[in-house]
Structures are given as structure tokens and as C-alpha cells.
Write a protein that binds this ligand. Structure first.
Ligand code: GEK
Length: 241
């Protein structure tokens, strides 16, 4: 796995973060060293697939990147299920197609779709995964996106939503931000890398509070909405239709 050194040298101007070829090359290392609890999120997604994906239904992995979740779900799903793996980054999709074509693991069908997730119609879903993706969509559009996903989800189907979150309380916000930065330092990022990545991503990734996410899921018609994981300013919620 290639090591992420993208922000290790001083840049005269830090541009907005893009999911391009440079990021794709280091993505597994970048996300593992940047998101506290990423491995736990994936492991629970695999567990959910075993429980919730039913024969003949669809799984939607929206913002699938390199298919870390898709590849785990595939293992645990019935052969007659189909996974729709959606991402709007051509670089991510191209690499995912290569990874899947090289895989010899048995599993259900995977349809890889290069598209903005707002242009796909989720349907027949027993499991929908938004693992660290909604945070990149404009906040004003998030309720419509979640409502549309809920309409395409079968009764008893689930949505797994993981997000970077923020806090109303300024003390909590600054403590969680500092603890997240400590996490990144402990995983080998320098202060320069942390600062430059922060300015690259601040216009692209807009966190909301956990309460905002929970309320939106309830409003969309999910019957049970339960945060199941939080580490510092990252959280994951399970919502049952
Ligand atoms: C994982 N889920 O490894 N439509 C489709 N994809 C999008 C959109 C959009 N509008 N906006 C952003 N993306 C993955 C990790 S990464 C999280 C998800 C991160 C895609 C974007 O191209 C990228 O691949 C992904 O969402 C977010 O479990 O990098 O912090």
C-alpha cells in the first residue's frame, strides 16, 4: 500500500481537495490514518451485510471509492443479490474496476457505476451504505438525498451512515478537533500535513451535528435510528426502514 505524502511538502497555494489519481494511489493509507474507527466501520458493514442483505435485493454503496465496503459486502451477500457501487470520481472507479477484475473471491454481482450519487435512483435496497460520503454533498441537498434513499429501501432494509461530525458546544468542538489531530500525528502525519490537508478539505467536507443526522433520518421515515459508533469527531448511524 503506497504511503500518503501528498501534503508533506510546503505548498505555495493549497487547492481544493480532489479525488484524483494522486489520491487514489494512496487512498487506503490516507483513510486508515485519517479516520479514527474506519476499520470498525468496515467490519460492521460486513456484519450488517450478513444479517440484512436478502436474496434478489440490491445493495447500494454510494461514494464507494475503491470498494472497501463493496468487497466485504460481496462476501456476505446471497449470490442472487446485486451491489451497485457508485462514485463520481473517474480515478476511483477506474481503479475499483481493476481491483474487482483481479479478485478471485466468490460473491454476488457488482455493478460499478461512475456517477454523481444524486443521479442514481436507489431501489429494491436491503442495504445502503453512505460511508463518509454525505459529508461531501451540499447540506441543503442532504434531506432530499436521504428521503430518496429511504423511498428506495425495502421494509426492514437498512442505511449505514458514517460521517465526520461537528458539535454545537465550542469546547467540545475544539477538544474533538484536537484529539483528531493527535490521532493523525500518532499515525505519522506532521503538523504541516495536517494543516495543509485541513485547508484543502475545509470547503469540500461540511460536517453536521449527530443530532442533525439523526433527525433527518427520522424525518425521512426510518423507524429505528441508532448511532452505534463514535470516535472523536467521527460517527456512524444505523437506520432501519
Ligand atoms: C469507503 N465509502 O472506503 N457522488 C458520488 N460520489 C461522490 C460524490 C457524489 N456527489 N461526492 C463525493 N463522492 C468509502 C470512502 S470517501 C471518504 C468514501 C473520504 C465520493 C468521492 O469521489 C470519494 O470516493 C468518496 O465519495 C468519499 O468506505 O475520502 O473521506
Amino acid at each position: 500500500m503506497s504511503r500518503d505524502t501528498i501534503y508533506s511538502i510546503p505548498l505555495t497555494k493549497v487547492g481544493d481537495f480532489e479525488f484524483d489519481d494522486d489520491v487514489v494511489r494512496v487512498f487506503p493509507d490516507m483513510i486508515a490514518r485519517s479516520v479514527p474507527g474506519y476499520a470498525s466501520m468496515l467490519s460492521v458493514i460486513e456484519q450488517l451485510a450478513a444479517r440484512f442483505v436478502r436474496p434478489g435485493t440490491a445493495v447500494w454503496d454510494l461514494g464507494c471509492s475503491l470498494g472497501a465496503a463493496t468487497r466485504l459486502i460481496r462476501r456476505r451477500s446471497p449470490q442472487s443479490a446485486v451491489i451497485h457501487a457508485v462514485d463520481n470520481s473517474p480515478a476511483m472507479i477506474s481503479r475499483l474496476k481493476t481491483l474487482l477484475s483481479e479478485s478471485t473471491e466468490p460473491g454476488c454481482a457488482v455493478q460499478v457505476i461512475e456517477s454523481d450519487l444524486r443521479s442514481v435512483q436507489v431501489e429494491n435496497a436491503s442495504l445502503v451504505v453512505l460511508n463518509l460520503t454525505l459529508q461531501f454533498l451540499p447540506p441543503a441537498e442532504r434531506s432530499a438525498i436521504i428521503a430518496s434513499i429511504a423511498r428506495g429501501t425495502l421494509p426492514g432494509g437498512v442505511l449505514l451512515l458514517s460521517e465526520k461530525i461537528c458539535f454545537d458546544d465550542p469546547g467540545q468542538q475544539s477538544l474533538m478537533t484536537e484529539l483528531h489531530h493527535d490521532f493523525k500525528r500518532a499515525h505519522g502525519y506532521s503538523d504541516l500535513e495536517i494543516a495543509q490537508k485541513r485547508s484543502a478539505i475545509e470547503n469540500r467536507l461540511i460536517p453536521e451535528t449527530l443530532e442533525t443526522h439523526v433527525q433527518r433520518l427520522r424525518d425521512a421515515g426510518y423507524s429505528t435510528v441508532t448511532p452505534w459508533f463514535q470516535c472523536f469527531n467521527f460517527a456512524s448511524i444505523l437506520a432501519v426502514r
